[in-house]
Design a protein around this ligand. Structure first.
Ligand code: AMP
Ligand code: MG
Length: 267
């Protein structure tokens, strides 16, 4: 399941040719639900160990077009985990203070500490894709960024962070339904911006821009995974699977207790 989603270094992800409704072999929804619950129990134990050990961190980078389900995914996968060991950062268009620095400044400050799982809801990849598509800087500026990013992510990995990068691949039709729902449902309307429609009008161009940046930045040390995103239970299960896999490879251990505690009786 994981290898199917993984983008091999140096290869194109082929986003447009992937099926956004793929069930990744999970079968029926109710079976996948049971599987997801099992993964979440594993995650809870592994996260507790990661936190208590305080040696390594995990960074989950989430990218995807509007309504690809980034927020819902975070809710589903991380509910039940210890909030003290999680750190979520959502990246919007940079403020004037942020623009007064290099583009990785705010990103670096939002990284998880040792022992934490960090979740980036959008990320430094906006500094390539959004900047390119919205023409916020000249081509020579965004063109050199994938090179910086590969080196910066290598440094983070060397220093103890496991990086998982996920592109949530929503189809154009499913995006239409979800955006329409945002307009029609008063509880969801706050999420909708008219400018979402301008971006949607360039859906294929945005995918092409992601295609380029993912091909340039999927590395052995920080691989990209293209996750089918039309069905919420598929993407939640896929991401939970990625996290469990990463944490099992880290294999965090409970710290050694102080000596002489065994058998102590509290008076
Ligand atoms: P949302 O995730 O719907 O709250 O929207 C956040 C918006 O901020 C999206 O339109 C992003 O493209 C935009 N954004 C995030 N980071 C950047 C960035 N570094 N440069 C330009 N736009 C950005
Ligand atoms: Mg939005």
């Amino acid at each position: 399941m994981l290898s199917k989603m993984r983008v091999a270094p140096g290869s194109k992800p082929g986003i447009a040719d992937r099926d956004a409704r793929d069930d990744l072999g999970l079968g029926e929804k109710h079976k996948a639900h049971a599987h997801l619950e099992t993964l979440k129990v594993k995650l809870e134990v592994l996260q507790q160990r990661l936190y208590s050990e305080g040696r390594c961190s995990v960074l989950l980078v989430l990218q995807g077009l509007d309504a690809s389900g980034k927020d819902g995914l975070i809710r589903t996968v991380f509910e039940g985990l210890n909030p003290q060991g999680c750190k979520v950062a959502s990246f919007k268009a940079p403020t004037s203070t942020e623009l007064g620095h290099d583009y990785l400044w705010r990103v670096h400050a939002a990284l998880p500490s040792r022992g934490e799982i960090g979740i980036f809801n959008r990320s430094h990849y906006e500094d390539v894709v959004a900047v390119r598509m919205l023409e916020l800087a000249p081509e020579k500026v965004w063109k050199r960024r994938p090179g910086h990013i590969v080196a910066w992510e290598q440094m983070l990995v060397d220093e103890g962070t496991t990086i998982i990068k996920v592109f949530l691949n929503v189809s154009k039709e499913e995006q239409r339904l979800r955006l329409q729902e945002r307009i029609d449902d008063l509880e969801k309307r706050w999420k909708f911006r008219r400018s979402d429609l301008d971006v949607r009008a360039r859906f294929d161009d945005f995918i092409a821009a992601y295609e380029d940046v993912i091909a340039e930045t999927s590395t052995d040390h920080a691989p990209w995974y293209v996750v089918p995103a039309d069905r919420n239970w598929v993407k939640a299960t896929a991401v939970a699977e990625l996290l469990v896999d990463a944490l099992e490879r880290i294999d965090p251990q409970l710290p050694e207790p102080e000596e002489g505690i065994e058998g102590l009786v509290v008076a």
